[in-house]
Design a protein around this ligand. Sequence first.
Ligand code: GLU
Length: 441
Amino acid sequence: MTVTRFAPSPTGYLHIGNLRTALFNFLIARKAGGSFILRLDDTDPERSKPEYADAIREDLQWLGLEWDREERQSQRLDRYAAAAERMRAEGRLYECFETPDELELKRRTQLAAGRPPVYDRAALKLSEAEKDALRAERAGHWRFRLEQERITWQDGILGPQSIDAASVSDPVLIRGDGQVLYTLASVVDDLEMGITDVVRGADHVTNTATQIQIMRALGGTPPRFAHHSLLTGAKGEGLSKRLGTLALRDLRARGIAPMALTSLMARLGSSRPVELAGSLDELAAGFDPGQFGAAPTKFDEGELVPLTRQHLQSLPFEAVRGQILALGVPEAQAERFWRVTRANIDTLEDLADWWRLCREGAEPEIAEEDAEFIAEALELLPEPPYDATSWGAWTAAVKERTGRKGRALFMPLRKALTGQGHGPEMAELMPLLQRIRAREG
Ligand code: GLU
């Protein structure tokens, strides 16, 4: 069975880049009828916060990315300790004592000599007596001893990969204070949870090479790996600084529809065109990581607005009823309000503006040459409330009185009532208008 996981660290809010990872893993599981695990990588007790874990769940639920099971690394520490013990017994995990400063010095010396800054394995040469002496001074940390060979895998997005283990430092798996680091926890989880497919960002490619060796050292079989490219801004600029403003909750607050986000992310950077999907199942049916390119993917949040608009226009009243009533639109008028406004909104946020216009009226827009015409027309306009016949009756009366017709008749009247030259059918809108500010001037 296909099993995937999304493994965020609960140290911040999910952003658009995380969504890509979550969505790909979700779609792979969904397409195969498999299982999708939400795994909270919370082994860092200082930076992991329960409120971020809650926010992650809330964001995934909002998007419809339901998970079959939740796992928390902080509750599996004994599993990691057991795996570490096995690797120690087999000589694959060794204790090191360098301080961060010492490591930095080594790194600089290597770079200055034109050598790659790979850990020199000095700790492997320590005698037991030397280690005891160092242990008396400071706590040791533990590195995995890589076999110096080429590590290869067939990447689901990047194609064949080959990394020379000699060019990579032996990864630290356990810190001096005993904290298990991501690499060990992730490998143990991926093996023990039967993960078959791992999709994550291209920034993890080197991790993958080392993780494959650790998995083998633990007697496991590595899953299939695919690394998606990282997102850049619309002009190709790095997004890392802006990701804070591209938190999923901010996009939600701006009225972006989840289906717009998932539709865009399921296609952006692939050989298939971006188009609005009706459901996650529809996205899953056609999803294939192999259709994505390795080049950085340009993300333009502006693309989310037309997709949201298109999505909203496709929604039946029942789907938005709750949100409309929450604005204060009376039950009896809610369905009409949706019918009238849905073609005139970009995001659900815009509904509030239309309701304000209905309730409080709009600042009229009256051209100087129309001032007299509008004054005459307003004399013929009765007080609200209006019904579906009001606009027809009023414009007929105005036409008869002033002789104006067509656009010259309708456009100034629309602008006087709504303050804008475009919008819903006036006949449909009239029954919702509770106040005409132009009449009050
Ligand atoms: N917690 C890791 C991250 O957010 C997970 C990476 C992975 O998918 O293995 O980068």
